[in-house]
Design a protein around this ligand. Structure first.
Ligand code: HSE
Length: 308
């Protein structure tokens, strides 16, 4: 058995418009890298962290906290060293903390001979999410572990369902260069919703799941609507309405806030369309002078994976 592996930890789009805290999807072209190695010394040490200014102390780092949760559940008497190469910016809305948490526990599980199930790895990773956002939400970590689209059908007990990914589905993500902490963007949400909004929202969740399984791109597009969270959070995101309308005009199936923002995502049928959507999004930010990162990506079907 190997003593060290290098893994790719995918970025993820949580919520996917209608599924606040329950839906998510993993991306192929954006993600962090981590090297995890077994040590005879107990515990977890973050030996390197490049790309972002984040804490190295195990108890303050999401990878450290998720890893400690896994260690506490094993008889393994040694420990692990972790090197983190961040490419996903913290506070970008594409699952930066989830990439670190899941990368750590997935790699540790491999090095220990896979004693834990994917569901258990999600549970360990949720401890990292709690450190980052104050809440153990699983809608980023589930797709990062399982790959593809995932649905958190229930939190208690945790029940995660991997959903079919239509072959031609591509994501476009634009990240205006501001940071929004998930904890802050959760504080502004209302804790109750109207029955009328609930009816519209769960109609769309059902529609989106049906569209993903039947590969009905029009149904996917009709279902990418958020009546509850987007009207509140979009005010924090520069030119959100303009980016959304430009994406839809360019032919995106749908467009919304990625996770807790500020990134904005769109789903499209085919890479060419997703690239046109990227240009339309960029035009909006170029005109108003907002710096951004932009990504076009296929859906990552495997989740965290070993790289050489
Ligand atoms: N569901 C979470 C939220 C995702 O929207 O707050 C955070 O990335």
């Amino acid at each position: 058995m190997k003593n060290e592996i290098r893994v790719f930890c995918p970025a993820t789009i949580a919520n996917v418009s209608c599924g606040f805290d329950v839906l998510g999807v993993a991306l192929d072209n954006v993600g962090d890298e981590m090297v995890v190695r077994k040590t005879t010394a107990k515990g977890i040490t973050i030996t390197k962290l490049e790309g972002q200014d984040l804490p190295l102390e195990t108890h303050k780092n999401v990878a450290g906290v998720a890893g400690l949760a896994l260690l506490a559940a094993t008889d393994y008497t040694g420990g692990f060293e972790i090197e983190i190469y961040k490419k996903i910016k913290a506070g970008s809305g594409i699952g930066s903390s989830a990439a670190s948490s899941t990368g750590a526990v997935w790699a540790m599980n491999q090095l220990l001979g896979k004693p834990f199930s994917n569901l258990e790895l999600v549970q360990f990773s949720m401890k990292g999410e709690e450190l980052a956002s104050g809440v153990q939400h699983a809608d980023n970590v589930a797709p990062a572990i399982f790959g593809g689209f995932t649905l958190v059908r229930s939190y208690n007990p945790l029940d995660i369902i991997k959903i079919n990914t239509p072959k031609e589905l591509y994501a476009t993500v634009i990240h205006p260069q501001i940071e929004i902490k998930t904890s802050d963007s959760r504080k502004i949400l209302k804790t109750t919703i109207s029955l009328a909004d609930g009816i519209k929202q769960w109609g769309n969740v059902g529609g989106l799941i049906a569209g993903l399984y039947t590969e009905d791109y029009d149904l996917i597009g009709r279902s990418l609507q958020d009546y509850i969270i987007e009207p509140i959070r979009s005010i924090l995101i520069p030119a959100f309405d303009n980016v959304k309308s430009a994406s839809l005009e360019a032919g995106a199936l749908g467009c919304g806030i990625s996770g807790s923002g500020p990134s904005i995502f769109a789903l499209s049928k085919g890479k060419e369309k997703a690239t046109q959507v990227a240009s339309a999004m960029q035009d909006v930010y170029n005109k108003v002078g907002i710096p951004y990162d932009i990504h076009v990506s296929s859906v990552n079907l495997e989740g965290v994976k070993i790289i050489e």
